[in-house]
Design a protein around this ligand. Structure first.
Ligand code: FVT
Length: 434
């Protein structure tokens, strides 16, 4: 496989864009490569500028659950664009979107659209603080809630890939109110809440952590957070930017039967266009301006193109049996991958829920950030490179998820398993060489 054109484009990009990328996670540095430059994509397939084709498991980091350039989405965006791309004036589309979200997500009574997941979490935190009149927030190590200042503490995603805990440029006065605790350790949360629960505005959590690889909540963890928030008058925020509409129509809260006070959404709700949303209990949401005095705004919030793409996606996801289909595809894939790793004698921990998954190159159970960080990132780099050469595009980091879409056919999954079997062999050879 040749990457001549991608290489040239990368060199050119680096002259004008820091690191050649508009988001650090797109860099392939951690896996010892340059990024590929995409020309186009359809279904589950990407085509790069050199004409190489890949089966894609990144899906734009989650939004493309129905696959690339799905005809319904393309048509919805085209129709919307013909009527204007943005007004900054309310549209009926925004009502349809709000109704759809309220119908699908169990805990949401009212919702506000924004333009990214980062905006959603920033706004939800402000709302929780404004509503409670408290400053402190609790988050969890390895969870990533976008790049807003007060949440960039012990974060996953690109920070985990780069091995950095936070970012210069964030004054300590801003993060002094953020406490980051180990994911899945309810005991520690209880202890902190006993001490200072009345000062804690919000507990924010990815109900399924998907930015340190994928880590599932232990039985009772989410329920325990709910109880603590009830006991101390703290707002429970689920960041379902990744898990929302991915695990089920109602996201992780539906799957685990735990209802947060506020939910942050993004990715799938925009069908591949820039979007975010936060919503929840009416009583809390009504504190937002212009009815209340907590402020949040946006030129492109509720953008008609994004609403149209999002609604078209949510309509597909509302059909009966869709999540069972996704479950079946992802289960099939993960079984195949696990068998390949076993046959090659490589220790891989497959963590999966629905069409969201990850393989950690470690023999130990991965249940939090600490155990995730024990994964062998060199082994992952070898795996990534071999998969890429075989025409399979995985996330260029051990600490990101893979996403199975409705567009992945059995033959695509079979091909993936076949390439992976070889890739695991290369990993074993590489490890044997030390
Ligand atoms: N876990 C990574 C993402 O969700 C993608 C957002 C980004 O570009 O940082």
């Amino acid at each position: 496989m040749e990457w001549e054109k991608s290489k040239r484009l990368y060199e050119e990009a680096c002259k004008w864009i820091p690191g050649g990328v508009n988001s650090p996670v797109r860099s392939a540095r951690a896996v010892g490569m340059n990024p590929i430059f995409v020309k186009e994509a359809r279904g589950c397939r990407l085509v790069d500028e050199d004409g190489n084709t890949y089966i894609d498991y990144v899906g734009s980091w989650g939004p493309l659950i129905v696959g690339h350039s799905h005809p319904d989405i393309v048509e919805a965006v085209r129709r919307a664009a013909e009527k204007g791309t943005s007004y900054g004036i309310p549209t009926q589309l925004e009502i349809s979107m709000a109704q759809k979200v309220v119908e699908m997500v169990p805990s949401i009574d009212m919702v506000r659209m924004v333009s990214s997941g980062t905006e959603a979490t920033m706004s939800a935190i402000r709302l929780a603080r404004g509503y409670t009149g408290r400053k402190k927030i609790i988050k969890f190590n390895g969870c990533y809630h976008g790049h807003g200042d007060c949440l960039l503490v012990q974060s996953g995603s690109g920070l985990a890939t780069l091995g950095i805990p936070g970012s210069p440029g964030i004054p300590e006065e801003i993060v002094m109110h953020t406490l980051s605790l180990p994911y899945n350790d309810l005991g520690q949360v209880e202890e902190v809440m006993e001490r200072m629960g009345k000062e804690v505005a919000a507990i924010i959590v990815e109900p399924v952590a998907a930015n340190m690889g994928v880590v599932l909540p232990r039985p009772g963890f989410l329920q325990g957070l709910r109880k603590l928030c009830d006991a101390f008058g703290t707002v429970l925020i689920f960041d379902e930017v990744i898990s929302g509409f991915r695990l089920a129509a109602g996201g992780a809260q539906e799957v685990f039967g735990v209802l947060p006070d506020l939910t942050c959404l993004g990715k799938i709700i925009g069908g591949g266009l820039p979007v975010g949303a936060y919503g929840g209990k009416r009583e809390i949401m009504m504190k937002m301006a212009p009815v209340g005095d907590i402020y949040q705004a946006g030129t492109l919030s509720g953008n008609p193109l994004a609403m149209s793409a999002g609604l078209a996606t949510l309509n597909i996801l509302s059909s009966a049996g869709i999540y069972e289909v996704l479950e079946e595809k992802a289960n099939y894939l993960v079984h195949g991958l696990a068998e390949g790793a076993k046959a090659a004698g490589v220790s891989v921990r497959m963590n999966r829920i629905g069409s969201l998954g990850c393989g950690f190159f470690t023999a130990e159970e991965v249940c939090d950030f600490e155990s995730a960080l024990k994964a062998d990132t060199q082994a992952y780099a070898v795996f990534f490179q071999e998969m890429l050469k075989g025409g399979i595009y995985m996330a260029p980091s051990q600490f990101e998820a893979f996403f199975v879409s409705l567009a992945h056919e059995k033959s695509d999954l079979d091909r993936t398993v076949e390439v992976a079997a070889q890739a695991f062999e290369r990993v074993r050879e590489h490890s044997a060489r030390g």
